[in-house]
Each structure stands twice: as structure tokens, then as C-alpha cells.
Design a protein around this ligand. Structure first.
Ligand code: TUI
Length: 309
């Protein structure tokens, strides 16, 4: 399936794996890249030496195939990671949770393909003007830190507003979602939640089980009072946070305190009492754990069948 995104990135399938903080490391990223997509290592707020090692491991595992690094712009390590990406000659960068404008020129000068994740048309236009090669238009169905607009509404509006290619994200986990994204004008897709249930994804078994067992109504948004809304699996912990925010019994400051380190507790410990299990609203459709290669090949066979009809 050739699109402007397969051409831009030199990949077989127009699919990017989400840059999920604490989750997307070299094993997952290299499995996605080796299967013909673009695997990403998440910068999150990880130490720079750890990220250097992850980048080098991935380079070795993909044997010349492209891969990328996601820079979470709210992280204190963003500046150092921006430099590391140039030093290590990482071919592709995606960014999230902010405006990457100040890093753009240096990345472009180094020949790096830059793909910011955006939740609005206004930010998408700003990114195009700043020199982005493509954007990921991410709907509120996504897991983790989210904007307000849905994928169905956001993607065609971003497509209409830009000349550069658009990648759709949020609520996509099978060939139907991919075909629908192309109908909205996207040239590629980014998936996070589907890859949580990949064999190569190194999260705690409890996390995978929550994703596979989730039903359609099992995601919940917390953090609205802090200005950083975040979609999670509905657990006793996330429900308590959401209701505390609603009735005012948890202040934004208390929310930040309670959730500090909660993503690590979910990913590494499977801690149901204190962990934030980030996931997208599509988790209800995911019912099995399989290798990235099978996930990608099956989804694109389904999408091509639908698009050829
Ligand atoms: O970044 C994500 N998803 C994430 S980041 C993350 S770690 C985190 N933890 C706690 C609080 C915040 C983050 C977990 N999931 N997706 C891409 C995304 N980017 N969603 C929304 C945005 C975004 C928001 C505002 C992008 C740009 C933006 O710009 C504001 C500005 O500065 O103009």
C-alpha cells in the first residue's frame, strides 16, 4: 500500500506505532519497524543514557530500516533528547504534548523527518509553516494525553487545511479503522492501544489483560482539572480520581501528587491500586495478543480488501 507516508519514511505499510511513554522501547519499536511499519522509542521522561542505549539497540535490531523517537515536550529531558536525536542520527522524530517549534530548525538541518502530533487545525497549520514533513492528527479517542476533537472531525479538517500529508490517530485498531482514515483523507495511521496487546510489548501482564478484557465503555478521562486530560483504563483508582475531580474533593495539586509516578506503577508493577493504565477508547475491540507482524499484516489485508470493494 503506497502513500505519501510510505514514500516519505521509506516503509512498506503506512503505519506508525504510538510513542507511548514508559512503554515504547527497543523491543516493540524494532518489531514494528521489522514488520514494515515505523516503530518509535518513547522519550517520555527517561534518562538520556537509557534512551541512547535504546536507540543503539533499535538501530542494531532493524538493520537499516527506519525507526523514530517520540519527544514528549512537557518532559524536563526534551532539550537533551532533541540533541541526542541529532547526535545518534535518528531518521524520524514525532513530538507530543506541546509545540516543537524551537527544535524544528536544528532537526531539519540534520536531515531528520519531523512529524508533530497535533490535536487541532491551528497547531497543524503552525507545524506546517515551521517545516514539519507530516503531522499526526490525534483524536480524543486516543490513550494518554488528549485534545478535545474526535478523529472523525479532526482528520478531514486538518487534511483540508494542510499541503503536507496527514496521519490519523485515535480509535484505530483494525483494517476498518485504517480504511476509514484513508476515506477521511489521511495518508497513514498511528496506533498505540493495539500495540499494547502485541507479544513484543514489554508491559506488565496485568496491563495487557486489562486491555484485552476491556469493553467499549471501559476507558475514562482523568486530569481535566489539571489542564492535562488523560485517557486510562477504568479501574477503581482512575474512577476515584475522576469522581474526586468532579466533586472537588481532589484538588488539581492533590491530583498531580497522587498520580506522580502512576504510569510507571502500571507499566512495571501492574499496580491496580496506584497505577494509571493509559489506553485508548478502542481497547474494547482488542481481544487478543499477537506478534506485531501479524497485527500489521492482518490489518492491512483487511483494509485493502475494503478499499478495493
Ligand atoms: O502526547 C500525547 N500523548 C501522551 S503524552 C503522555 S505523558 C503525560 N503525562 C502527563 C501529562 C501529560 C503528558 C501520555 N500521553 N499525545 C499527543 C498530543 N499532543 N496530545 C495532545 C497534544 C498536544 C497538546 C497541546 C500537542 C500540542 C499542544 O500544543 C499546545 C501549545 O503549546 O500550543
Amino acid at each position: 500500500m503506497n502513500t505519501k507516508i510510505t514514500e516519505l519514511l521509506g516503509i512498506k505499510y503506512p503505519i506508525i506505532q504510538g510513542g507511548m511513554a514508559w512503554i515504547a522501547e527497543s523491543t516493540l519499536a524494532s518489531a514494528v519497524s521489522n514488520a514494515g511499519g515505523l516503530g518509535l522509542i518513547a522519550g517520555g521522561s527517561a534518562p538520556i543514557d537509557y534512551l541512547r542505549e535504546q536507540i543503539r539497540k533499535t538501530k542494531e535490531a532493524v538493520n537499516g530500516k527506519p525507526f523514530g523517537v517520540n519527544v514528549m515536550l512537557m518532559s524536563p529531558n526534551a532539550e537533551d533528547l532533541a540533541k541526542l536525536i541529532i547526535e545518534e542520527k535518528v531518521p524520524v522524530v514525532t513530538t507530543g504534548a506541546g509545540n516543537p517549534g524551537k527544535f524544528m530548525d536544528a532537526w531539519k538541518e540534520a536531515g531528520i523527518k519531523v512529524i508533530p502530533v497535533v490535536p487541532s487545525v491551528a497547531l497543524a497549520k503552525r507545524m506546517e509553516r515551521a517545516g514539519a514533513d507530516a503531522v499526526v492528527a490525534e483524536g480524543t479517542e486516543s490513550g494518554g494525553h488528549i485534545g478535545e476533537n474526535t478523529t472523525m472531525c479532526l482528520v478531514p479538517q486538518v487534511v483540508d487545511a494542510l499541503e503536507i500529508p496527514v496521519i490519523a490517530a485515535g480509535g484505530i485498531a483494525d483494517g476498518r479503522g485504517i480504511a476509514a482514515s484513508f476515506m477521511l483523507g489521511a495518508e497513514g495511521v498511528q496506533l498505540g492501544t493495539r500495540f499494547l496487546a502485541a507479544e513484543e510489548c514489554q508491559i506488565h501482564p496485568t496491563y495487557k489483560e486489562l486491555v484485552v478484557k476491556a469493553k467499549d465503555t471501559d476507558s475514562i478521562v482523568t486530569g481535566r482539572t489539571t489542564g492535562h486530560p488523560c485517557r486510562n483504563v477504568k479501574t477503581k483508582f482512575s474512577k476515584k480520581l475522576a469522581s474526586g475531580e468532579k466533586d472537588g474533593s481532589i484538588t488539581p495539586e492533590e491530583f498531580e501528587e497522587i498520580t506522580l509516578g502512576s504510569l510507571r506503577k502500571a507499566v512495571q508493577d501492574g499496580n491496580l491500586e496506584e497505577g494509571s493504565f493509559l489506553c485508548g477508547a478502542i481497547a474494547g475491540m482488542i481481544t487478543d495478543v499477537k506478534p506485531c507482524k501479524d497485527i500489521i499484516e492482518e490489518m492491512f489485508a483487511q483494509a485493502e480488501g475494503l478499499l478495493n470493494k
